[in-house]
Each structure stands twice: as structure tokens, then as C-alpha cells.
Design a protein around this ligand. Sequence first.
Ligand code: AMP
Ligand code: TRP
Length: 329
Amino acid sequence: MKERLFSGIQPTGNLHLGNYLGAVKNWIALQDDYDAFFCVVDLHAITLPQDPEQLRSKIVELTRVYLASGIDPVKSTIFVQSDVSGHAELAWLLNTIARMGDMEKMTQFKDKSTKEGSERSSVGLFDYPVLMAADILLYDSEIVPVGDDQRQHIELTRTLARRFNERFEETFVVPKGDIREEGMRIMGLDDPTKKMSKSASSEYNYIALSDAPDVIRKKIMKAVTDSEPTITYSDDRAAVKNLLTIYSLLSEKSITEIVSLYEGKGFGDFKKDLAEVVVDFILPLQERMNALTDADVELILTQGAQKAEMISSKKIRAVKNVMGLGVTK
Ligand code: AMP
Ligand code: TRP
């Protein structure tokens, strides 16, 4: 029996290279070794206001990215969170286990609520980490590959699982995060001190997976570097380090190899080649995305939801049972 793996991405904004390198690329390598569940977390997306029509098209687009990147629906289960009722239901049950003290520590709420002010933020945004815990615990997931920014949410998930098991009966598997060092945090092309983000104010911050080749070239050529003329890898040179990381992860060449390739050359040559490396990755990805029909996507999501429903509904019954809820079996 393979261990269960769970991860998800929100269907919002423009998916970018940071999402691919920090999340999806790792998933592809893991799907042979684990019983993997990859979710399109639309219930998380609505913790901030979304346009309904746009949300639906983003759900389909994200599923296309999963599939075109190499997630194999025969090996892995791909589904949409709101298609499976157990996620919202378990989130409610776990809400009664989570304490205000746990939740008030969550830094993502503080970050995301500063724009609107916490007074105007939805209760859903505050509760976001509990819904994430429900996603993971619903499937007895053992491993959760995520970016560095999700570390705190994984810790909360472990706390809730342990607390529940102690208060009632041993019900939940206590999961582990799988947080990768390399490619963990791809930084903004315009500002290497902040991570590449789909909500960045300038489009020169990120390479979207939907960017056209000329746009990609322009963005790479404009990427900030520093005043040193040579290409070397060091923690003190955040911008260059970031570009080298992207180059290495997409070309499968080691950083040392790349550095020696550009010895005696300048950033002009380096950036031109890097742009081609990125284009050579993104163009075929876009072609594979376009080749998938709406009917393909719908079928895969329907089958995925059926499988997820089967597993999660058993878990919900078990949880309600140990909590003394409900009368029908
Ligand atoms: P988000 O776009 O914030 O919903 O994140 C989706 C997934 O991509 C999560 O696993 C994030 O940790 C990861 N991710 C987002 N931005 C970056 C980035 N700049 N570098 C690496 N991983 C990222
Ligand atoms: N909160 C995660 C993010 O923003 C997405 C997510 C929701 C998730 N549920 C999850 C990730 C369960 C892993 C497991 O990246």
C-alpha cells in the first residue's frame, strides 16, 4: 500500500513559474511513489471575493495546467474541492476543535487581511487554515508537498489532528509537510526580496504560464540583476541567484554547470539564453493545455470527484460517529 499524498492550488490569478517550480514540478516526481490527490481548492479561492464566471474558467484552466504538466489521472486523483461535500463538512467539525489562540497566530491571515482591514475581511479568510486541515485529514494523508509559505498551516493541521485524537479516539493520521529546499521560493523578477506572486502589482514580477514567447523574452531581459558584471551564485546576490535557480530547474543543468558556461560572458548572453530556456519549457506546456478539450477535463474531474467522495464520505461518517453526532448510519 502506497502512502497517501495531498496537495492543492487555488484557482485564482495568473499561474506563474513560481507555482510550477515550487509546487507542480515536485508533484510530478512524487506521483509514482504515493497515492496522490491533487485538488483544485475553489472553496479556498472564495475566501476573497471572486467573479463567478471567472472562477469557473480558472478551475478548468488550473486543471489543464495540472494535466499538461504531467499529472497523470490514471495514477493520481485530480478533483475540485467543492465537488466533494466532506471538505466543508469536516472544516465545520474541526472549527470546534481549533482555538482562537491557534488561529490568531496565523500570519497569512494577517498578510491577506491588511489590504481590506481585518474588520472587512470574511470569516472564511480567517478560517482558511482549518479548511486546509480538513482537506488533508479527510484522506488520511501522510505527506503534504507545499511551498515554504504553507509551513504554519501544516503545523496547525498536525495540532488539530493530535488534539482530536486525544479528545475522542484515534481518528486522524498526523501528516507531514514535504517542503523542498530548492525552488522552494522563486523570487520576483522585478524585486528579488519578495516572492514571485500572482497578485504582484507589476506584470514584470512574474512569468505567467500563459505568457507569449515575446512577453517572456521581454520580462527576462528586464529582470533586475545587480552592479557586478559576472555571473556567480551567492546568497548575497539574490537576483542572480534567483535567475540561476530558474535556469537550473528548467534546463536540468546544475548551477555549477551553468556558472561555468557563462564564465567571461555578461548578462546579455545569459538572459538571452535563459529566455529561450523558459520559452522552450512554456510553449510545449501551452500546446498540451490547448490540446485538452473541455470534455476531457470534465470527465477527469468527474471521475476524480467520485473517487474522492468514496473515501471522504467514509471518513466523515467515522468522525461524526466518534463525536456522537447524527443518528442515521
Ligand atoms: P498560491 O499561488 O499562493 O495559491 O500557491 C500555490 C502553490 O505554489 C503553493 O504550494 C505555493 O507555496 C507555491 N508558490 C506560490 N508562489 C511561489 C513562489 N514564488 N515560489 C515557489 N512556490 C510558490
Ligand atoms: N493553502 C494552500 C496554498 O495557498 C492551498 C491548499 C489548500 C492546500 N488546501 C491544501 C495545499 C491542502 C496542500 C494541502 O498554497
